[in-house]
Design a protein around this ligand. Structure first.
Ligand code: 13P
Length: 251
C-alpha cells in the first residue's frame, strides 16, 4: 500500500516559539486518534530545531522547505541536506512554485537539489504545477509532465522510492480557488502514467502524489478520497492546529 502524507508547509510564517506552540497543539489534537496518513510539518529553517524538540518521540515528522545542493562551503545563506537531516528532518520540499516563480529556480538547479536531498538521506517532496496561462492554453498536462520528467527522469528505482510528488496548480495556491476533484485526480493520473513509463508500474504505484492548492477542512474529504490523490500539501490551513487537524482527519 502506498504511503499517504498530509504535510503542512508553513512557508515564511511563525517564529520558533510560535512554531513549537503549534506543534504542541497538533500533538494535543492527535491524542487517542490514529491518523490514516503520515503527518509532516515544514517550518522555516530557524524553527526546525525548536519544532523538532516539541515533536520528539511523536508520530509527526519534520521537513524543511528547501535546501542547497552542495554539502558545505562558501554558499552564504544556504543550508545543506546534511544540516537539515541533523536538525531532525525526514522530508524536504524541492521545486515549490514560490521558489520556481519568485526565486527563479529551474530544471538544472532543482535536479541538483533533488539528488542532494536523496544523497543526504532525505525524502524529497518534489512540487510541480502549471500557471493559469498554461492551463488556459491547454498546456497544463504538458507542463506538469515536463516538470516531472526533466527532474525525476534518470533516477534509479532506489532513489525514486524515496520521492513523493506534490501537484500544486499555481493558480490554486493561496487563492481559495481549488482544482476540482476531477481535475486534480485527472492530473494525478497523468503523473502516475508518466511515472509508469519512466520507472515501471511497480514504482509508479508506490509513489505518493499529493495535491496542494487551497486545501481546507471543508474540501479535504472530497480531494483526499479521490483516485490517485495520496495526501495533501497544505499552506495557509496548516498554520492553525484545528484547521490542519481538520485536514488530517477530514469529515
Ligand atoms: P495554500 O494551501 O495556502 O493554497 O498553499 C499551498 C501550498 O503552496 C503548499 O505548499
Amino acid at each position: 500500500m502506498r504511503k499517504r502524507i498530509v504535510a503542512g508547509n508553513w512557508k515564511m510564517n511563525l517564529d520558533h516559539r510560535e512554531g513549537a506552540r503549534l506543534a504542541g497543539e497538533i500533538l494535543g489534537g492527535l491524542k487517542n486518534r490514529v491518523p490514516q496518513c503520515e503527518i509532516v510539518v515544514m517550518p522555516s529553517f530557524t524553527s526546525l530545531h525548536a519544532v523538532g524538540e516539541a515533536l520528539r518521540g511523536s508520530c509527526v515528522s519534520l521537513g524543511a522547505q528547501d535546501l542547497w545542493h552542495e554539502e558545505s562551503g562558501a554558499f552564504t545563506g544556504e543550508v545543506s541536506a546534511g544540516m537539515i537531516s541533523a536538525a531532525g528532518c525526514r522530508y524536504v520540499l524541492v521545486g515549490h512554485s514560490e521558489r520556481r516563480h519568485i526565486l527563479g529556480e529551474g530544471r538544472d538547479l532543482l535536479s541538483e537539489k533533488l539528488r542532494a536531498a536523496l544523497k543526504g538521506g532525505l525524502s524529497p517532496i518534489y512540487c510541480v504545477g502549471e500557471l493559469i496561462e498554461e492551463r488556459e492554453a491547454g498546456r497544463a498536462e504538458e507542463t506538469v509532465s515536463r516538470q516531472v520528467e526533466e527532474v525525476l527522469g534518470g533516477l534509479d528505482a532506489g532513489g525514486m522510492s524515496k520521492v513523493a510528488i506534490a501537484y500544486e496548480p499555481v493558480w490554486a495556491i493561496g487563492t481559495g480557488r481549488t482544482a476540482t476533484t476531477g481535475d486534480a485526480s485527472g492530473m494525478h493520473g497523468v503523473i502516475r502514467d508518466l511515472l509508469s513509463k519512466l520507472f515501471g508500474r511497480g514504482t509508479a504505484g508506490e509513489t505518493p502524489i499529493l495535491y496542494g492548492g487551497s486545501v481546507k477542512p471543508d474540501n479535504a474529504r472530497a480531494l483526499l478520497s479521490a483516485g490517485d490523490i495520496d495526501g495533501a500539501l497544505v499552506g495557509g490551513a496548516s498554520l492553525a492546529g484545528d484547521s490542519f487537524l481538520g485536514i488530517v482527519f477530514p469529515t
